[in-house]
Write a protein that binds this ligand. Structure first.
Ligand code: ADP
Length: 222
């Protein structure tokens, strides 16, 4: 926790200095009655807004991570949860198409915290989208199937794949290859899945894509 807090403080401090500096420069330009004030204002505002968004996402990632332990389990339909996450991404993603293959499964009852289950798949799908280069047409395929007493969900992307040298690190808190990443997503996902006695693993091929698998226990009614 101490390490994590240090890292968060560092991530927050990083953008503060350039933010302060650019406001000061803007203030000076105003005092000097610089002729291009409008462009300056435009530029500085844009940068500051971007920095604020970064800070805000760092704060949410950290607080999501901190909120973790209290699971309030109930009988939930995994298909239903997946559908609502996928729908949300469909509405908000431009260059990516989403498919949901249910393999004949109508309802998939598990005993889990709905909020946490949504978080798991939101994270996996968000990572899938982010792994796809901007200039490429994205395709994310989500499947659900039943294997003995487990439901197995897969989230497959046609992104960059995961480099060999980082394969061992991706579930480690703080590990990220993204400039604005916090590296808490997969650590949290793994924690949630394993706390619910599930399993998570992945397969990846460089430049072809990655598939994450999550297995969760079938809830048999008494
Ligand atoms: P973040 O998204 O903040 O980087 P995560 O813990 O969710 O944190 O992911 C850690 C790292 O794992 C990412 O920075 C990325 O390098 C790698 N990763 C996760 N999912 C994928 C994926 N679908 N394809 C390629 N790399 C991935």
């Amino acid at each position: 926790w101490r390490e994590m807090a240090k890292q968060v403080a560092h991530e927050i401090k990083n953008p503060l200095t350039p933010m302060r500096l650019s406001i000061q420069l803007l203030q000076q330009a105003y005092k000097d009655k610089k002729p291009d004030m409008e462009q300056r204002l435009e530029r500085v505002t844009k940068t500051i807004i971007e920095q604020i968004d970064t800070l805000s996402s760092i704060a949410s990632a950290f607080s999501d991570f901190a909120k973790m332990p209290k699971a309030s389990n109930e009988r939930i339909d995994l298909c239903d949860s997946l559908e609502s996450v996928i729908e949300l991404f469909r509405e908000t993603s431009e260059n990516t198409s989403f498919e949901f293959e249910k393999n004949g499964i109508g309802e998939a009852f598990i005993f889990a915290d709905r909020e946490q289950v949504l978080r798991v798949f939101t994270n996996l799908i968000k990572n899938a989208i982010q792994a796809i280069p901007d200039e490429q047409e994205g395709k994310v395929i989500i499947t659900i199937s039943r294997q003995d007493d487990m439901f197995v969900v897969s989230v497959k992307d046609n992104g960059t794949g995961i480099d060999d040298d980082v394969i061992d690190k991706i579930f480690v808190p703080n590990f990220t290859t993204k400039t604005a990443g916090m590296g808490l997503g997969l650590a949290m996902v793994k924690n949630i899945v394993e706390t619910a006695s599930g399993r998570i693993w992945f397969e990846t091929t460089k430049d072809q894509g990655t598939t994450f698998f999550v297995a969760l226990k079938v809830y048999e009614e008494q």
